[in-house]
Write a protein that binds this ligand. Structure first.
Ligand code: ZN
Length: 768
């Protein structure tokens, strides 16, 4: 007997990023909406074809959206904030883009919706804004059209819909005034920042909208049923979070009221974690089935068995056996044991699936040239479909290559700097003799077209190594010259040689594989290509020394060495199959520690170790967080431990929401931390005021995501505010983040203001 199979979703960017290019061409007005939609629907069709070719039992419909699922759902529910009132002129296609990008044809530019990380993934969703007097005006005709397109394929269908409660949980209530003040941080920018300006929203007050939404969902389900749809996948991933009692109660009420009396079957889907305390609640909701993700279970947990034990005897259980977030092939033999056990109890009520949507992995391995050490060990989305079907039909095969996984476990005695901050800082101050509130930048300077062209030519073999090096050195020299002219106190080399702050290091360390087409959607049309950690990590050669040394030779000023920290490298890569994140992080830390050491030997006196994604790997459940912090902090301290007393270690984070982790940030014990502040100054100062921070800080005085020249007054207010809680001796002045996405004219204008402002304050401080 073949078990029913389905997936929770398929990557929508397309194997060759077709949707990305189609969107961008459409936004630039190079194609009509009709032409654009043709291209988009071709990707949708090929996603369905992949499922048909593989032989999954149900075709998943509705997971394909043009920008983001939550955004699409918001638009279909008529949740359009007041500042987008001109959206009434647009159809739903353009409405989505207007909300996401803050611009649309014949409409005024307004601040885009904020976006934030989708659970603990590196995907970002758009946060719907509900007005306190929100009404809903639902129009699901685009979804019905999608169902109609799918119906032509004559397959059993399952339609995906964001669950009512997850939708509300992820939305936030914004009153009119606040909403016009929402900043345009994410409008059309191209940065790598950890977009963590808000954790998942969870506003209790959003529960007030439950009653208004119930009839809308009921009608939606009726319509789907009338169209012959048999199953609806109702995504309620918030069921894996630590839910407050009012949210738990809302689940019971909502699904009681949405109970179906017709043939339509609702399957509640959860993923990214086990159900934990919500187990009882989830299994007893009055729906036809439940989906759980078993791929995140801890070793020996067997939570899925508890689910089977407690599941009412008429319900379907969809077991998410294929890890939807891993790029590694599944061990089908091991999974088959689980399937057989589950089947004994469930018989044909057992379905098999991917743990979560395949959105989080690259599309297809078949166009890659895989190195021999990992050949046969990987599986991207398309390959996962085959695994799923093999498992369901019992045609499992032993993957010899997997059993030969030779990774050995790794541990090291994590070290830290022996001297206390006060002693180090004093030695550093005496050595550097910097002015009060020294000025600096975060590392990168504009990645110009010339830089990109040189790198592209070098990658294609059209530019020799020597010529490429010369070209990069020219850029470094230019950056140094500009900084000297601007009068900055501590300089950077500008990172011309780096495409990306993680990829650069991944390409030079042993133990990584960089795929060619392994793109994963980050948000909208933005894709990232995370490096894949395939083996033990080691550092064959120094990675940054030659560039920094060269920059250092060009002026009398101090040039900061610039490294990416171990936690960030790990969080923005695909982890290996069989090792814990902790082990991998410590290995990375050791590699970075050696680099710190080499930089120091080469005469570099300040070294910045960026930890832009330090908070990103934070587990969803509070109970799991201390363990994460333990190894994350340990790793950072370990890589700075090779710094001498008078070598100054900086770190940088592009967010400042430290409410819940200032203790851990403090424990990292960097001499100086530069952070994002300009958009959340008050909040930041409050946290630092209440909890105190002993080391030095550089609060970002302006938002680098805006092309506008920042005003002196705004920049000043950040420093004036900071001076109330941080003594001038421990304060630095810098922008929010790196400047790679800006051009030189904008950069010079902004930094001229910054230096001027710092000098004024410095004068006042010295006079006082
Ligand atoms: Zn940053």
């Amino acid at each position: 007997m073949t078990i029913q199979t389905h997936i929770l979703g398929y990557p929508r960017i397309g194997a060759k990023r077709e949707l990305k290019f189609a969107c961008e061409a459409y936004w630039k007005n190079e194609t009509s909406q009709t032409e654009f939609l043709e291209k988009a629907y071709a990707v949708e069709a090929s996603n369905w074809q992949a499922q048909i070719d593989a032989g999954t039992s149900l075709l998943t419909v509705g997971d394909f959206v043009l920008y983001d699922s939550i955004l699409t759902h918001a638009v279909r529910l008529g949740v359009i904030p007041a500042r987008f009132h001109e959206a009434s002129k647009l159809n739903q296609i353009d409405q989505q883009f207007y909300l996401a990008r803050g611009r649309a044809p014949n409409c005024s530019d307004v601040a885009a919706l904020e976006m934030t990380k989708w659970f603990d993934t590196n995907y970002h969703y758009l946060v719907p804004e509900l007005d306190s007097a929100q009404t809903f005006n639902a129009d699901f005709s685009e979804l019905y059209a999608q169902v109609d397109r799918a119906k032509t394929l004559k397959q059993p269908l399952k339609v995906v819909v964001p669950g009512l409660l997850t939708f509300l949980y992820l939305s936030r209530i914004v009153d009119q005034q606040q909403s016009s003040e929402v900043q345009d941080h994410h409008k059309e920018h191209d940065c790598e920042c950890g977009h963590e300006h808000a954790e998942l929203a969870a506003d209790k007050a959003t529960l007030q909208f439950v009653d208004a939404l119930i009839p809308i969902y009921a009608k939606l389900f009726d319509e789907l049923s009338a169209r012959g749809v048999e199953y609806v996948q109702v995504d309620e991933p918030i069921l894996v979070l630590d839910l407050a009692p009012e949210w738990q109660a809302a689940f019971e009420r909502v699904y009681h009221l949405l109970q179906r009396r017709d043939a339509l079957k609702l399957i509640i889907t959860t993923y990214f974690e086990t159900l934990g305390e919500n187990l009882n609640l989830a299994v007893n909701l009055p729906v036809a089935g439940l989906h759980i993700d078993i791929s995140r279970e801890k070793a020996g947990e067997f939570f899925w068995k508890k689910v089977i034990d407690q599941l009412p005897s008429h319900k379907i259980l969809s077991l998410g056996v294929i890890n939807g977030r891993s790029v590694w092939a599944s061990d089908l033999v091991k999974l088959d044991e689980i399937v057989q056990t589950a089947q004994k109890t469930l018989a044909d009520r057992l379905w098999l699936s991917t743990g979560c949507s395949l959105l989080h992995v690259p599309v297809d391995l078949s166009s890659e040239t895989v190195p021999s050490n990992i050949d046969g060990k990987l599986a991207f989305a398309r390959q996962k479909l085959d695994e799923l079907v093999a498992l369901a039909s019992g045609n499992i095969y032993v993957n010899e290559k997997l059993s030969k996984a030779a990774e050995h476990s790794f541990d090291l005695v994590a070290q830290s700097r022996p001297e206390a901050f006060e002693i180090r800082f004093k030695a550093q101050q005496e050595k550097f003799n910097l002015p009060l509130i020294p000025t600096t930048t975060i590392g990168s300077f504009p990645q110009t077209t010339e830089i990109r062209a040189a790198r592209a030519a070098w990658n294609k073999g059209q530019l020799s190594d020597a010529d490429y090096e010369t070209a990069m050195k020219k850029e470094i020299a230019y950056a140094i010259e500009q900084q000297v002219a601007l009068g900055l106190d501590v300089l950077v080399h500008g990172e011309a040689e780096r495409t990306d702050m993680v990829e650069y290091f991944a390409s030079l360390l042993d133990g990584f594989w960089l795929s060619k087409f392994g793109w994963v959607q980050s948000y909208g049309s933005r894709c990232v290509r995370p490096p894949i950690i395939v083996a033990d990590i080691s550092r064959p050669n120094a990675m940054t020394v030659k560039w920094i040394e060269y920059a250092n030779s060009l002026s009398d000023k101090i040039v900061k060495g610039m490294l990416t920290g171990p936690v960030t490298i790990l969080n923005w890569s695909f982890p290996p199959a069989h090792r814990t994140r902790r082990e991998v992080c410590l290995q990375l830390a050791e590699a970075i520690r050696l680099e710190v050491s080499d930089l120091q030997t080469a005469g570099v006196e300040i070294i910045q170790i960026d930890e832009a994604a330090f908070r990103e790997g934070l587990p969803l459940r509070k109970a799991d967080r201390p363990e994460y912090w333990d190894w994350a902090v340990k790793s950072f301290k370990h890589c700075s431990s090779s710094a001498k007393l008078d070598t100054q270690i900086h770190t940088h984070m592009c967010y400042s929401d430290f409410k819940d982790c200032l203790a851990e940030i403090t424990a990292m014990d960097a001499d100086v931390i530069t952070i994002e502040t300009s958009r959340s100054g008050l909040q930041l100062l409050e946290v630092f005021h209440q909890q105190g921070y002993p080391n030095a800080i550089g609060p970002g005085v302006y938002d680098i995501h805006s092309p506008r020249t920042p005003s002196s007054e705004n920049m000043r207010s950040v420093i004036d505010g900071a001076l109330k809680t941080i003594p001038a001796e421990r304060l630095w002045v810098n922008p929010d983040c790196g400047l790679k996405t800006r051009n030189w004219a904008e950069t010079k204008a902004a930094l001229t203001e910054l230096v001027k402002m710092a000098k004024e304050i410095r004068k006042e401080l010295e006079a006082a």
